[in-house]
Write a new protein. Structure first.
Lengths: 194, 465
C-alpha cells in the first residue's frame, strides 16, 4: 500500500511539474504548485516525522498564497515571453527528456543513497523540471515557481540524509522568503507601470 | 551577553527598526553610529573575560546555542568583524549622499548581520542557508520599484539560490569522508559538488553574467555594496572549507584548478572591461577580476600564507566605494552611463570623474594607488611559480587599465570653451576627496593597515599558519 502511495506521489510530482512548464495561466500554475507540495510532503515523510514533513506542506502552501495574492492585484498584466521557444510541444518534448534522464540518474542515486526509487526519482525530477522552467522564462513570477520547484526537489533528497530541525526551519524560511521576494518583484514592478 | 547576540542579532533587530523609520538622515545617522560602535567593540572588547565598567560587570561569551547548533564568534574572529563592520560603515557613509541611503542602511545592516552569522555558524556548512537568506534580502535592495526586474537581478537570484543545494549536499558527503577518508569516489563527488556550489556563489565563469548586467541596471552604490559583501564572505567561507578539510587542501589538482579559474576570471574580466561602453559594466568586470585575483592568492597561500589574500580586502573596499559613489553621482545627472553620454563631464563633475578614474586605475594596479602594493605582491608571488601565469594576469590588469584610459578620454571630450564648475554637492565633494586621499595614502603607506592583516590569519587554524 505504502509503495503504491509513493509511486502515486511521484506521478503527482510528474504531472504537476510538467503542468507548471506548460500552463500559461498563473492561477493554474499556483494550483499545480500547491498540489506538487502534497507529493513533496508524502515523499519527505518517508524519512522525516509527519509533523516535520507537514511543515514543508504548510510552508509550500503559504508560499503559493503569498504569490497568489501578489498576482491577484496584478492579474491583468501577464507578459508574454520574449525568449524562444514558446511552443508547448517543444516544452513537452524537453520535459520528456528530463523525465527520461532523471529516471536514469535516479536508478544510480537510489542505490548510492539507499533510497527508494520514487523518492530519488521524484527529487531529481522536480529539480530537473525546475531548472528547465528557469531556462524557459525570465519573468519574476515564473522564475520563483522554477526556483521553488528546484528547492522542493533538493529538499526531498536532503530530507533523506539530514533531519536537523534547524535546517528544516531555515529551508522553510528560505522558501517563504523566496515567495515574498517574488511577490515583491511582481507587485512593485507592476505598481510602477500603472 | 554573547558575541553572536552583539554582532548578529542586535544589528538584525536594529535593521528591522530602521526599516520602519521614514527620515533618511535619522536612519543614516543611527546606522552609521551603530555600525561604528560595533566596529570599535570588535577592535577593543575582549571575549570570555569579565569586564567592569563603573559598578557594572559583564562578560562577552563567544558562543550561542540555537536549536542544537552553535553560533561562534571567537577572539580570532574579532578582527574579521572589525573589517566587515568597518567596511559597512564606509559604505553607509558613502550612501548617505545618495538617494539609496534609506534602503541600503536598513537592508544592508540586516545583510551584514546574516552574512556574519554565516561565518559564525557551526557546523559551518549551514552558512549556505544563511547566505541564501541574505541573497533574498538583497532583492528589494537591488530592485528599483516601478521598473521591470532586469535580467541581472533575476540571474543573481537564480545563480545564488542554486549554490545552496550543492553546498549543503556536499556537506553531507564531507561528513561521510570524515568517517571514511579512504573512499576516493566519495571524495571526488564531494569535490565536484563543492566546486559547483562555489562556481555559483563566486560568480565564476560561466555563471558570472549577472554581475555586469546588475551593475548596468541597478543603483551603483547598492550593487557596489552587494558586490563587495557577497564575494568577500563567500571567499572566507571557501577558505573555511580549505582550512577544515585537509584532503581538500592537499588535493594535487587544487593548485591547477584555482590557478585556471583565477586566471580565467582575471583575464576575461580585464579584457571584457576594456571593450565595454557602459561605465557600470566596467565596474562589474573589475569585480570579476578582483575575485579572480583573490582566488589566485588562495593558491599562493601555501607558499606565502594568507597575507596576500587579506591585503586585497581594504584597497578593494575603498576602490569600490569611490567607484560606486562616483557612478551614482553620474547616474543622477546623465541620461545614461554609456560612454557617449558622459562625454565632457570632467568639466562639470570633476570630483566624480577623478574618483571613478582613480578607483579604476587603482584596481588595475597602477603605482602610487591603493591597489598597487597588493597587486605587485601577487604578480611577484605568481612569477615564482610560472612566468606565463603572471603575464596572463598582467594582460587582465592591462585590460582594466585600458578601460580607464577609454573612460578618461570620454570624460575629457568637452566642447571647446566649456567652463570648469562642480555640480557635485558639498558632501559628495568632501567624501570623494577623502576617498582620493585614502587611495593615495594606501598606495604609499600600505603598512598602515598591517595591524589588521597580522590578526586576521588567526581565523584559520591551518591556512593561517
Amino acid at each position: 500500500m505504502i509503495t503504491i502511495l509513493n509511486w502515486t506521489a511521484l506521478l503527482i510530482a510528474l504531472i504537476t511539474s510538467v503542468g507548471l512548464l506548460l500552463q500559461r495561466d498563473w492561477r493554474v500554475g499556483l494550483g499545480l504548485l500547491a498540489t506538487q507540495y502534497l507529493s513533496i510532503f508524502w515523499l519527505v515523510q518517508i524519512h522525516w516525522p509527519v509533523s516535520m514533513a507537514a511543515g514543508k506542506l504548510v510552508t509550500g502552501w503559504m508560499a503559493c498564497a503569498v504569490l497568489g495574492m501578489a498576482q491577484l492585484s496584478n492579474s491583468n498584466t501577464e507578459e508574454s515571453e520574449a525568449a524562444w521557444p514558446q511552443g508547448r510541444l517543444f516544452r513537452l518534448f524537453t520535459a520528456g527528456i528530463i523525465t527520461a534522464a532523471t529516471f536514469g540518474l535516479s536508478l544510480r542515486a537510489s542505490n548510492w543513497l539507499g533510497l527508494s526509487l520514487p523518492v530519488a526519482w521524484g527529487s531529481l525530477l522536480l529539480a530537473g523540471m525546475g531548472l528547465l522552467h528557469l531556462g524557459f522564462s525570465a519573468q519574476p513570477f515564473r522564475v520563483v515557481l522554477g526556483l521553488l520547484t528546484v528547492l522542493a526537489g533538493f529538499e526531498i533528497l536532503y530530507a533523506a540524509v539530514e533531519s536537523s530541525t534547524l535546517v528544516a526551519a531555515l529551508l522553510s524560511a528560505i522558501n517563504l522568503s523566496l515567495a515574498l521576494a517574488g511577490a515583491y518583484l511582481v507587485t512593485m514592478s507592476k505598481e510602477g507601470q500603472t | 551577553m554573547s558575541a553572536p547576540f552583539l554582532w548578529i542579532f542586535l544589528p538584525f533587530i536594529l535593521a528591522g527598526i530602521l526599516s520602519l523609520l521614514r527620515n533618511q538622515k535619522v536612519i543614516t545617522l543611527i546606522a552609521c553610529i551603530f555600525t561604528l560602535l560595533l566596529t570599535l567593540a570588535a577592535w577593543l572588547l575582549p571575549l570570555d573575560t569579565v569586564m567592569t565598567i563603573g559598578g557594572w560587570s559583564f562578560k562577552l561569551t563567544s558562543s550561542l546555542n540555537i536549536l542544537g547548533r552553535r553560533l561562534v564568534l571567537g577572539p580570532a574572529d574579532l578582527s574579521l568583524l572589525a573589517l566587515i563592520y568597518g567596511s559597512a560603515v564606509v559604505w553607509f557613509v558613502a550612501a548617505s549622499v545618495t538617494k539609496s541611503a534609506r534602503r541600503l542602511n536598513s537592508l544592508g545592516l540586516a545583510i551584514v548581520a546574516l552574512l556574519v552569522a554565516a561565518l559564525a555558524v557551526e557546523p559551518f556548512l549551514y552558512a549556505a542557508l544563511l547566505i541564501e537568506m541574505a541573497v533574498l534580502l538583497s532583492v528589494p535592495l537591488l530592485f528599483t520599484p516601478g521598473k521591470y526586474p532586469g535580467k541581472g537581478l533575476i540571474r543573481f537570484l537564480i545563480f545564488q539560490t542554486l549554490a545552496m543545494p550543492f553546498i549543503l549536499f556536499s556537506g553531507w558527503l564531507l561528513a561521510g569522508i570524515d568517517a571514511n577518508p579512504g573512499n576516493l569516489g566519495l571524495v571526488q563527488q564531494a569535490a565536484i559538488l563543492i566546486a559547483l556550489g562555489f562556481t555559483f556563489l563566486l560568480a565564476i565563469f560561466p555563471f558570472h553574467s549577472w554581475i555586469p548586467l546588475l551593475t548596468e541596471e541597478s543603483s551603483p552604490i547598492t550593487v557596489g555594496f552587494i558586490l563587495w559583501m557577497f564575494p568577500t564572505v563567500a571567499l572566507f567561507f571557501g577558505l573555511g572549507f580549505l582550512d577544515h578539510y585537509s584532503w581538500l587542501r592537499d588535493a594535487p589538482a587544487l593548485n591547477n584548478i584555482l590557478t585556471t579559474v583565477g586566471l580565467l576570471m582575471v583575464v576575461s574580466g580585464g579584457i571584457l572591461a576594456a571593450f565595454q561602453k557602459h561605465l557600470g559594466r566596467i565596474m562589474g568586470y573589475a569585480v570579476i577580476m578582483e575575485t579572480g585575483f583573490s582566488i589566485l592568492t588562495i593558491n599562493l597561500a601555501k607558499s606565502v600564507g594568507l597575507n596576500l589574500f587579506l591585503t586585497l580586502l581594504i584597497p578593494r573596499t575603498l576602490c569600490l566605494v569611490v567607484w560606486a559613489l562616483s557612478l551614482n553621482i553620474f547616474k543622477g545627472h546623465s541620461p545614461s552611463l554609456l560612454l557617449n553620454d558622459i562625454k565632457g563631464l570632467v568639466r562639470t563633475f570633476p570630483f566624480a570623474t577623478s574618483g571613478l578614474v582613480l578607483a579604476n586605475l587603482a584596481l588595475a594596479g597602477m603605482p602610487l594607488l591603493a591597489g598597487f602594493p597588493s597587486h605587485q605582491a601577487i604578480w611577484g608571488g605568481l612569477a615564482t611559480s610560472s612566468y606565463s601565469i603572471v603575464i596572463w594576469a598582467l594582460v587582465g590588469s592591462l585590460g582594466l587599465f585600458f578601460s580607464a584610459v577609454r573612460v578618461m578620454t570620454a570624460f575629457s571630450a568637452a566642447p571647446e570653451g566649456a567652463h570648469w564648475e562642480s555640480h557635485e554637492t558639498v558632501a559628495q565633494r568632501v567624501l570623494l576627496s577623502i576617498g582620493f586621499i585614502a587611495l593615495f595614502l594606501l598606495g604609499l603607506f600600505p603598512q598602515w593597515v598591517l595591524p589588521l592583516w597580522t590578526k586576521l590569519p588567526a581565523i584559520f587554524s591551518h591556512l593561517g599558519q
